[in-house]
Design a protein around this ligand. Sequence first.
Ligand code: RTP
Ligand code: MG
Length: 137
Amino acid sequence: MSQRTLVLLKPDTVRRGLIGEIVGRIERKADWRITALEMRVLDRALLEQHYGEHVGRPFYEPLVEFMASGPVVALIVEGERVIEGVRALAGPTDPIAAQPGSIRGDYGVIVRENLIHASDSEESAERELKIFFPGRA
Ligand code: RTP
Ligand code: MG
């Protein structure tokens, strides 16, 4: 089933010069297509919409600080089972629990600075794509 997902390369990825490495892993998957790619600095209002499910949790404020601390790269990726697929490439939220070979497992250490966001369901993907790429919904 062809799907669309929102991917964010978080500020740690940009600062560490890992954009190409991570985009390359996505781009090399058979039949997946990057249909939008944009670098931008996110403001708090947009982050509150995006991470609304986490408002009030202890990690929310530091998460927003981090996500607004520098540019991110936002992508739309389309293709067969891409929602589950990019989550699998990324690995679990905690990079220490992530297998080597996954993006977080290869490059991450701390939970917050885990390099990549990817929509976790079709509903999340539709909601997040409207926030980041309103013209493309
Ligand atoms: P994401 O939404 O960014 O794709 O990551 P996820 O689904 O794997 O993780 P989620 O539970 O949605 O958490 C969102 C982001 O918040 C940061 N976080 N920090 N205990 C902590 O310090 C903590 N827990 C989560 C991570 O950046 C996580 O990706
Ligand atoms: Mg999440």
